[in-house]
Structures are given as C-alpha cells and as structure tokens.
Design a protein around this ligand. Structure first.
Ligand SMILES: *Cc1c(COP(=O)(O)O)cnc(C)c1O
Length: 454
C-alpha cells in the first residue's frame, strides 16, 4: 500500500514529460496541444495500471506510449482491403467497387463546384433530381424516378409519404431481417403506417390480400426475400396478380427489389434475379432498389414508377433528410450511363466478376500458385452476396493453402499493410481470384510469398 502510494507520486507531470529529449521530435511532428492530450492519457493509463499492481513505466516508456496513441488517432480505420472471399457484393467490405468512369466522375465533382442544384440555362437554382431521372427513365421505362440515400430510406420515404396513419399489406413470408439488423417491419413502423400481415409464413394467397383490403389500405408491399429462400410447400401471389388486385381497389403496389438487377443473372449460370425493368413492365407503381448491390454503383436508394407517386415523394419533407450527396450522384450517373450505352458487363467491376470465365479464374489461381511457389488450385464456389440470389453459387477456382494454424495465417493476412480478407473452409485457407481486382493482384502475391516464407 505504502509502496503503491510512492509509485503514484513517482509519476511525472505532463510538463516534466514534455521536456525530455524524445518529446521534442513529437512536438515538431504533431504539435504541442495534441501531444499534451496524448501524454495526459498515457499518464492516466500508467496510473490505472499501477493501481492494479502493474510495473512502473519509465518517462521514455510514457513518451513511446504517447507516440503510439498519436499514431492510432491519426490513422484511418476506413482503409482499402483486398477481398479474396469470393463474395462479390460483400456488405461489410463496402459492396460494389466502382467503375473507372464513376471514379473519374467523383474526382471531377469532388474537387470543385458543380451544377448539383444549378440550372445553367436560366442561371438560377436547379434541381438535384434532374441528374439521374432521364437515365432511370430510359433504362427502366418508368415514368419517373428519384434517388435517395439508400434503399432503406427509399422504403421509409415511400411509406411515410403514401401510407402514414393508413395501412400497408405485406405477406408474412416477407417480414424479413436483412444484414445489420435492418428489419422491414421496423422501417414500416417508423413511417407511421400500420402493418397488416397477410397469410402465413410459408403460404400466402391472393385472396388473403383481397380480404385484408379496407378503406384505410394505402399500399401493397411486395418485398424481395433478399438473403433467404423459402422452399417446400410454399406460395405467394405474383407481382402481376398483386398489381391486378391493386388496380381493382385503386391501391398502388410498391415492389422492394433489394438488389435491383438491370441485367439478367441467368446468363451466368445462376437463377434469374428479378429485374427492375420486369417490375415496371408488370405494372408495379413503385419499384425500390439499392445503388450498390447488383447495380454496381455507389450507395443510393432508387425509386422508379408512376410520376404521380414519385412527385408525392419528391415534395415530402423527409425527402430532404434522405437526399443523396453530389459524390454519390456523380458516381451513380456514370454507372447508369454504362447501362444505357450497353457496356455494363465490360465496365462495371461487379459484372466483370460475375461474368468472369471459369477457365480464366483457373488460370489466375494457377498463376498464383506458380508465383508464390506454394498452395494448390482447388475447385470451389463463389457467391454474389448483398441479399441477392440466396443459395446460388458460381463455380470458381481457389488458391488453397493447407497450413497448421489457418486462423493465425488469415489474421496475418488481415494485418498486411493492405489487409487481405480470405476464407477458411474445412480448416484450409481459401483465396478466390473472382473478387480480387487485377490491380491488387501483385500486392496479394507479394503478401502471400512473404508470409508463407517465414
Ligand atoms: C439490401 C436490401 C434493403 C436495404 O437496402 P440498403 O440500400 O442497404 O438500405 C432493403 N430491402 C431489401 C429486400 C434488400 O435486399
């Protein structure tokens, strides 16, 4: 006890520490005020450590601890990684990498002023909505379109503007939770709309919807199952059937498509993911989807459909709170242009990955094995992810590394200066060339060669 008190007293003051030689360099590099913060925090933790029976730390040690703190404060936790998981739209890794044109558009718009809300003809305030709408109309053949911050916001805005204090019908089989705890029913509630669950978990019939319709019914919501698949004894009314029913009672249908594919995924050996164009053609009055899933663009929520409804969303006060920023809009315009010019498969990274030829993937994996002189090539499966095409996989070729402590090795991969995210399956480390961008390949091979040789 006596000894402990002595130790407390022996801790130096902030001023004393700032006078020692090794502090001088830190003052130059980080400035005095920030260094004072760091030194204070280091002394505090040294005190806490002493109270718990820890060792006395020298003044040099305290300065070294302060430097570590400063480095951690100034390093960004948001940093690029190499995705070797084979999950193309990986929500935790930022979903879609952008096309070169989208990156260039961001650079141009980010570095200066722009026409984000300026009409050059009239020399007056213009509309933020104008930038994407023509593209969206051309591509999807909808009457109108609006862009918001993300798809969750698109659904929230739709329900708030169209169904507040009214009711929304949804099949029980579609009351889903997608990644990150986003539950469709919770968003419905935030809007002030009352949710009427129709049918049962596995079977919902059109007549269940029909008998639930009453005077306050404002919207029928059809939601994509996203990340799960119901199999077995199941049925749900189709979009066509819901649209016909809605028309009889003058109730619009909102189709939450989730991933929002504009191209047919069946051409790449997977199930057909419903497209935005199909929903519009089937008569859905509103279709909502994300910008950074199968569209392959920036984070955004996109709504297309009837002009009369989109206009109601546009003027609702909530639209202002969920509006997209100029950087996302710049990237979205460039991404949508790829679809209009029919070059999406060549220009958009996620479509290049999905369309990658199996033989080319095999050659890449073989090249990896040759270059690093370790591992083997093994057949495997990649997934699209992002709440699209659940259970669907594409054939791929992995670099497979058989190593005694696979989790130790994957941790070292994550600690590489460009962190590398790999998978472990059956106790082996797997790296999938499908999701490794060609520009990152050299770095990946350097890391593997280095880590496998020591
Ligand atoms: C992903 C998804 C959403 C949410 O989209 P965000 O753009 O992430 O907000 C909503 N509904 C469905 C069906 C989805 O798959």
């Amino acid at each position: 006890m006596e000894n402990g008190l002595m130790n407390m007293r022996s801790l130096p003051s902030v001023d004393r520490l700032l006078q020692i030689d090794s502090a001088a360099d830190l003052i130059v590099r980080y400035g005095r005020p920030l260094l004072v913060e760091a030194v204070r925090e280091s002394i505090d933790s040294a005190r806490a450590s002493l109270q718990n029976g820890g060792e006395i730390i020298s003044n040099e040690g305290l300065i070294a601890a302060s430097e570590e703190l400063l480095e951690s404060w100034l390093s960004s936790t948001l940093q690029p990684v190499i995705n070797a998981t084979g999950v193309v739209i990986h929500t935790n890794l930022g979903r879609s990498p952008l096309s070169q044109a989208a990156i260039e558009a961001i650079r141009k718009i980010a570095q200066g002023y722009s026409t984000i809300e300026y009409d050059l003809d009239r020399g007056k305030r213009g509309k933020r909505e104008q930038h994407c709408e023509i593209l969206l109309r051309q591509i999807t053949h909808a009457e109108a379109g609006i862009v918001v911050n993300n798809n969750a916001a698109a659904i929230l805005l739709s329900l708030t503007a169209l169904a507040k204090r009214k009711t929304v019908l949804i099949s029980r089989s579609q009351l889903i939770e997608i990644g990150g705890g986003f539950r469709i029913p919770d968003v419905l509630k935030q809007s002030g709309a009352k949710l009427i669950e129709v049918g049962t978990t596995n079977r919902t019939h059109l007549h269940d919807f029909e008998s639930a319709i009453e005077t306050r019914t404002a919207l029928i919501l059809l939601a994509h199952h996203s990340n799960f698949k119901i199999v077995g004894f199941t049925t749900e009314p189709s979009l066509d059937e819901l649209v016909s029913l809605g028309k009889r009672f003058d109730i619009p249908v909102l189709h939450d498509l989730g991933s929002g594919a504009l191209l047919d995924t069946a051409q790449f050996g997977m199930a057909h993911e419903p497209t935005v164009q199909e929903s519009i053609a089937a008569g859905a009055q509103l279709v909502a989807f994300s910008g950074d899933k199968l569209l392959g663009g920036p984070q955004a929520g996109i709504l297309v459909g009837k002009k009369s409804l989109i206009d109601k969303l546009r003027v609702h006060p909530l639209a202002r709170a969920v509006r997209p920023d100029k950087i996302a809009l710049a990237a979205l315009v460039a991404t949508l242009q790829h679809y209009l010019k029919n070059e999406a498969l060549q220009e958009i990274p996620i479509w290049q990955m999905i369309a990658a030829d199996e033989q080319v993937l095999k050659q890449r994996a073989e090249h990896w094995v040759e270059t690093i002189g370790a591992g083997e090539v093994a057949a495997g499966a990649s997934t699209v992810g992002g709440g699209s095409l659940p259970e669907e996989t594409q054939k791929t070729w992995h670099l497979k590394i058989v190593i005694p402590k696979p989790d130790h090795f994957t941790k070292r991969l994550r600690q590489w200066h460009v962190p590398i995210i790999a998978r472990i399956e059956d106790n082996h480390v797997l790296l999938d060339p499908r999701t490794v961008l060609p520009s990152q390949e050299e770095e990946l091979l350097r890391a593997l060669a280095t880590l496998l040789s020591d």
